[in-house]
Design a protein around this ligand. Structure first.
Ligand SMILES: *Cc1c(COP(=O)(O)O)cnc(C)c1O
Length: 467
């Protein structure tokens, strides 16, 4: 990783994949003319492309992982009973074992858990402090009447800062907010690990412990967004001296033990194509959650998932915390990031756990933020080589619900997200070459104009025209 980060001695070894390939899925290559048509038809929004027209799909690591033979075998053992499927109990056991929470409510994916949690805990007028917003998480908090308050450290907003834990909470800001609005207006502190919107940056164990102390003094809960907590645990092992010799699995358990529950998108760390859960330790809250889940997701022993999907997730959880898996996963991301850095392409550093983020503001200094530089760069990467990336900048940030103005985030990024166990080193090489080619031609590119804007989570469906 970067020079200032201490590496464990054995990690000088290559991260070579701890698996071999048994099934392959052919990819389609397209011509430049075909891609020009496809991206124009998609309104220059990579979410609106057909996956068939994509060569290397780095849109997201969500639900795009390759399952193991062990997981596929588990799919055949689906117990599709409406109530009390044995796969639910396997899932419950896996969550209890590896994450350490008492109660598990399955949901169809992460946002299902966020919806239920927000409805249970948030009252209109409440404030929810957190280490940077996430799109669906903040929206559910707002729909329940709450206001999200960003209390992440300043370094998180600086793509060039080499702070090893840019996901840390600014304890001063957190304490100030509690003082200002009062602990009774803060239903919980929302902790993300790793922080997606900051570039996949981890939060340290020491920082979470300090947040825990503050929370305890004021009787405030901490709810973890555990979506990429295994990746976070790996970074703690690599960067926090006390944990150098500990297994990722035991770091994960300790990490979760400082929180009172979690929402989880199983589509990321847990190596499945669909699924999620809500975990809680408080029996009264669990009761409310299992009541609400029947309205929005399904019975509390399936929550919108088939039995086979719960089995695949139970097995995926077990695989996800293995040190050889998580090391290869994070280091493949690092491999791509290092290639780009060596070519002087502006990326967010340190390189994150699930993605390499191109710094579109530095990449396109001549495109103003309201001409959507990151959106433009994502479209250009598709035109160049059929690579699909995602905007994480002004389009994703949306509008302030009071003033109606765009939020202007400091970070204007394009995310090259690496699915787990899917692409090879050669795919990473080709991606780096394509980014470099776009970089050399960047002066001749202009921004975009938004011609259609949906009301919620606009980045998914907004449409643009070339300026
Ligand atoms: C993906 C994601 C979610 C939402 O989960 P879904 O499964 O997509 O509904 C929440 N938080 C973070 C950090 C995520 O990356």
């Amino acid at each position: 990783m970067t020079d200032d980060i201490h590496l464990r001695p054995y990690s000088r070894r290559s991260w070579a994949e701890p698996y071999k390939i048994k099934v392959v899925e052919p990819l389609k290559t397209t011509t430049r003319t075909e891609r020009e048509q496809a991206i124009a038809f998609a309104g220059y929004n990579t979410f609106l492309l057909r996956s068939e027209d994509v060569y290397i799909d780095l849109l997201t690591d969500s639900g795009t992982s390759a399952m193991s033979d062990y997981q596929w075998a588990g799919m055949m053992l689906g117990d599709e009973a409406y109530a009390g499927s044995k796969n639910f109990y396997n899932l419950e056991k896996a969550v209890q074992n590896y994450y350490g929470y008492r109660y598990v409510v399955p949901t169809h994916q992460g946002r299902g858990a966020e919806n239920i949690l927000s409805q249970i805990l948030i009252k209109p007028g409440d404030y929810i402090p957190g280490n940077m917003y996430f799109t669906t998480t903040r929206l559910h908090q707002e729909l329940a009447g709450g206001t999200f308050v960003d209390v992440i450290i300043d370094e998180a907003h600086d793509p060039a800062s080499l702070h090893p834990f840019k996901g840390n909470v600014d304890l001063r800001q957190l304490a100030d907010l509690i003082e200002q609005v009062g602990a009774e207006r803060i239903p919980y502190i929302s902790i993300a690990a790793t922080v997606n919107m900051a570039g996949g940056q981890p939060i340290s164990m020491a920082n979470l412990q300090a947040v825990r102390q503050i929370a305890q003094i004021h009787g405030i809960r901490i709810i973890l967004d555990a979506t990429r907590a295994v990746e976070n645990a790996y970074f703690i092992q690599q960067r926090e001296e006390k944990y150098f010799k500990q297994a990722t699995a035991s770091i994960l358990r300790e990490f979760c033990s400082y929180t009172d529950g979690c929402t989880m998108s199983g589509k990321k760390d847990a190596l499945v194509n669909i699924g999620g859960w809500l975990s809680l330790n408080d029996p009264a809250l669990y009761e409310e959650a299992s009541n609400l889940v029947v309205i929005y997701e399904g019975l509390h022993t399936y929550g919108g998932m088939a039995g086979r999907d719960m089995e695949a997730m139970a097995r995926g959880i077990e695989e996800s915390v293995q040190d050889d898996h998580i090391r290869a996963r994070v280091r493949q991301v690092e491999y791509l990031g290092t290639k780009l850095k060596d070519r002087d392409i502006p990326i967010v550093v340190p390189i994150g756990g699930h993605a390499v983020y191109l710094d579109a503001k530095t990449f396109f200094p001549h495109i103003s933020q309201d001409h959507f530089p990151a959106q433009r760069l994502a479209a250009e990467l598709y035109l160049e080589a059929g690579i699909r990336a995602m905007e994480r900048g002004i389009v994703s940030a949306g509008r302030n619900k009071e003033t109606g103005d765009h939020y202007y985030p400091n970070l204007e990024l394009v995310r090259l997200t690496i699915p787990r166990r899917v692409y090879t080193q050669a795919h990473m090489d080709l991606t780096a070459e394509a980014v470099e080619d776009v970089y050399y031609n960047r002066d001749r590119l202009r921004g975009l104009k938004m011609i259609y804007e949906p009301k919620y989570l606009r980045f998914f469906q907004a449409r643009f025209e070339l300026l």
